[in-house]
Structures are given as C-alpha cells and as structure tokens.
Design a protein around this ligand. Structure first.
Ligand code: HEC
Length: 139
C-alpha cells in the first residue's frame, strides 16, 4: 500500500485513540480540588472500630466489603470497581474525605454529604472517622 493511502487509516486510528482517552472517566483522585487534597484529618485516630463498623461503615460494606478489599457481589456488575483498601491506599486523607463527601463522578460511588436518603448522610466528623477506618484495613 502506498503511504498516501495509509494516511487516512493512520489518522482514523489516531483519532480513535485520542477520543477514547479523552472520554475515559477521570480517576477518583483526579476529581479532588487541589486545596482539598492536603487537608489533614482533624479527628483523633483512636476510633472505636466496633461502633464505626456498626453505625457508619454499614453504609459502605455492601460495595466495599467487610475487609475493605472491594471484592463484593455488588461490585461484579460495576464498570468502575471499588478500590482495594486492604493493600493500602495511595490517596491522601484529604482525597479520601472529599470523595466520601462528594462521590466519584459517573460511578456507583455517590457523595454522602448530601445523600438523597437523609438518613445516610454523613457530617464532617463521621466522614473523617471513616477515613481512619479505611486506613485500618491495611493494618
Ligand atoms: C453502591 C456502591 C458503593 C457504596 C455504597 C459506597 N461506595 Fe465508595 N466507591 C464505590 C466505587 C465503585 C468506587 C470507585 C470509584 C472510582 O474509582 O472512581 C468507590 C470509591 C470510593 C472512594 C475513593 C476511591 C479510593 O481509592 O478510596 C472512597 C474514599 C470511598 N469510596 C468511600 C466510601 C465510603 C466511606 C462509603 C460509605 C459511607 C462508600 N464509599 C460507599 C462504590 C460504593
């Protein structure tokens, strides 16, 4: 094939790959505003694990799992899977907090600050407490 004839194919391939990268959902982390990333956890790390599990983490367990590894029945049908916290998290405390409160766009992860079910909503202290709880999965 002559080079000239290859050009339209090359251009088509290139635009397909560009298109797919630009339309790919942003990673959870990328959605967090810069200022929110470095906010530190104001809640004391000595949390009562049993109470948090019963009162707060029950909202999350169905998707994130008892061990926080994200290997749940609910996750099977999801395009974007829940993370595995059992092996640690690269996210900062500020990022974890922001995503708990605001959710991750175009995924099953909804924000808990203004959750449509009022009973499920979390206040700042509760969400920061869950950040400690998430970290504890890797310990
Ligand atoms: C309906 C399923 C579902 C529920 C319920 C849910 N999550 Fe998620 N969560 C997800 C999915 C899926 C992702 C992955 C989103 C992504 O990667 O963009 C996620 C991502 C996250 C993240 C950011 C990603 C990371 O690496 O840590 C945090 C933090 C998080 N969830 C915390 C929670 C907490 C805390 C609760 C309970 C208050 C909760 N989630 C409830 C499905 C859920």
């Amino acid at each position: 094939m002559k080079l000239k004839k290859c050009m339209p194919i090359a251009i088509a391939l290139l635009s397909v790959s560009l298109f797919s990268t630009t339309t790919m959902a942003a990673s959870a982390q990328d959605q967090v505003p810069a200022a929110a990333k470095s906010v530190t956890n104001p809640v004391d790390a000595e949390i009562d694990m049993k109470t948090v599990k019963k009162k707060l983490y029950k909202r999350c367990k169905n998707c994130h799992g008892k061990k926080g590894d994200g290997k749940t029945a609910a996750a099977k049908d999801m395009d974007v899977k829940p993370p595995n916290w059992a092996t640690g998290s690269d996210l900062t405390d500020g990022e974890l907090y922001w995503l708990i409160m605001n959710g991750s766009k175009d995924t099953e992860m909804v924000g808990y600050e203004n959750h449509k079910k009022k009973k499920k909503r979390l206040n700042a202290e509760e969400a920061w407490t869950l950040v400690h709880y998430i970290r504890a999965f890797a310990k």
